[in-house]
Design a protein around this ligand. Structure first.
Ligand SMILES: Cc1cc2nc3c(=O)[nH]c(=O)nc-3n(C[C@H](O)[C@H](O)[C@H](O)COP(=O)(O)OP(=O)(O)OC[C@H]3O[C@@H](n4cnc5c(N)ncnc54)[C@H](O)[C@@H]3O)c2cc1C
Length: 390
């Protein structure tokens, strides 16, 4: 497409959310002219995005199918005195596959090294001065700085490694909490991509953002050695700091948006599970929602997505309460016990939890009984901070 053309829809940021929107729109309405503007030279950055089977339905699975690099039919967790295999499927999408699929299906709509400096409801401007116009502009440039949230962090460093010999790990280890607990709640996460290739991540639910890459890299290597996995070479490194929202004010967040008529999606629109930081299931659902919109103009789409974001926020108040219990009420050493207790719950509850679909009975079950947190501290957190309004 010649630069400067008018298109139907400009997608600002070639990350997960906008890529799924582009694929869904292209599939439903191939006549639409799309333009995806990405500041880097690749779609999707350097990520492995995963999800549990129940996080998706038939429609979102169809959208994601071509992007999945590996699926497993079960997963397992380890805690001191508690090893459990869950018969819940798990799937991984890689940014490399997303880049390839986007290039194959939408290659002429992609523009790389395109730093967007100004976004309006009818067009955008790039750092080099180029303007593009469109009836609809969707901003998914990742999380925006806001004072509307109180945050904790899920931070991690992962190594994708090739082993000297095939290993027998056949299913993902979603959490191995048997490792030493430092800097909050800590666990190792392992995805066996093949007999000889593992993605191993040292992960922390922590109050601070700092990550000492060198230290964590050694921790991953030591963990692999402890499990008898001899690393032949490191294929790839992956790091992340995901926001874990403890409390906030969604209305203040949207009021402070300088461009209310510009639709936002993905992390930019706070569409993620507050406890896991996962945004892929929400991004897939939003993509399909937009593919069904006939009036693809910025203002009505902005209203639709803002309302969706606000609805998700209110539906997920319970997750933020749990985050506060975990990050504020629980002493760091109690967090492991909280997670271990969670993984003793019925598998159906765990599935609903990850799918952001806990019901009233689940909430009661998670909070009553013997949560391993000091009751009075926990009540303080609930009373004082239980969410400004939700
Ligand atoms: C390492 C990592 C692993 C994760 N794993 C999972 C997971 O397993 N499952 C899950 O559901 N979630 C996961 N998440 C959380 C979440 O799904 C991801 O952060 C996801 O990428 C968010 O999608 P997004 O489209 O909102 O933002 P991003 O994917 O971050 O996309 C934003 C894009 O906008 C571009 N951009 C920014 N500013 C500009 C500009 N001015 N001009 C042009 N382009 C710009 C960026 O380069 C980027 O490509 C993970 C996050 C990280 C960091």
């Amino acid at each position: 497409m010649p630069y400067g053309d008018k298109v139907d829809c400009i997608l600002v940021g070639g990350g997960l959310a906008n890529s799924l929107i582009a694929l869904a729109l292209h599939d439903a309405r191939p006549e639409l002219k799309l333009l995806i503007l990405e500041r880097s030279d690749r779609i999707g950055g350097n990520h492995t995005w995963s999800f549990h089977t129940p996080d998706t339905n038939a429609a979102t699975q169809r959208l994601l199918q071509a992007l999945i690099i590996k699926s497993w039919s079960s997963q397992e967790v380890f805690f001191p005195g508690n090893h459990r295999i869950l018969q819940t499927g798990y799937h991984s999408v890689s940014s490399a596959r997303l880049h390839d699929v986007m290039t194959a299906r939408l290659g002429s709509s992609l523009r790389f090294n395109a730093e967007v400096t100004s976004v309006a409801s009818d067009g955008v401007e790039l750092a080099d001065g180029t303007h593009f116009e469109a009836a609809c502009v969707i901003d998914s440039r990742g999380i925006s700085n806001s004072t509307a949230w109180e945050l904790g962090f899920q931070k991690f460093l992962g190594l994708e490694v090739e082993l000297e010999e095939p290993c027998e790990q056949e299913r993902p280890i979603i959490m191995d909490g048997t490792i030493p607990q430092v800097d909050g709640y800590r666990f190792m996460y392992t995805l066996p991509m093949s007999e000889r290739v593992l993605l191993i991540e040292d992960t922390y639910y922590s109050n601070g953002k700092e990550v000492q890459h060198g230290v964590l890299e050694k921790e991953v290597a030591d963990y692999a050695a402890d499990r008898g996995w001899k690393i032949a070479r490191i294929l790839r490194r992956e790091t992340g700091i995901l926001p874990i929202v403890l409390a906030g004010d969604i209305d203040a967040f949207w009021r402070s948006n300088p461009n209310p008529d510009v639709p936002c999606a993905g992390l930019r629109a706070v569409m993620f599970n507050p406890t896991t930081g996962y945004s892929l299931p929400d991004a897939a659902r939003v993509a399909l929602k937009l593919a069904g919109v006939r009036d693809l103009r910025s203002a009505p789409v902005a209203t639709l997505l803002r309302q969706h974001s606000i609805a998700l926020w209110h539906q997920r108040a319970f997750y933020r309460l749990l985050n506060r219990l975990l990050f504020i009420a629980a002493e760091p050493e109690e967090r492991l016990a909280v997670m271990s207790r969670f993984y003793k719950m019925p598998e159906s509850l765990i599935r609903r939890f990850y799918a952001s679909e806990v019901n009233y009975a689940d909430k009661t079950r998670l909070l009553v009984g013997k949560p391993p947190i000091n009751f009075f501290r926990a009540m303080g957190v609930v009373r004082e901070r239980f969410d400004m309004r939700s």
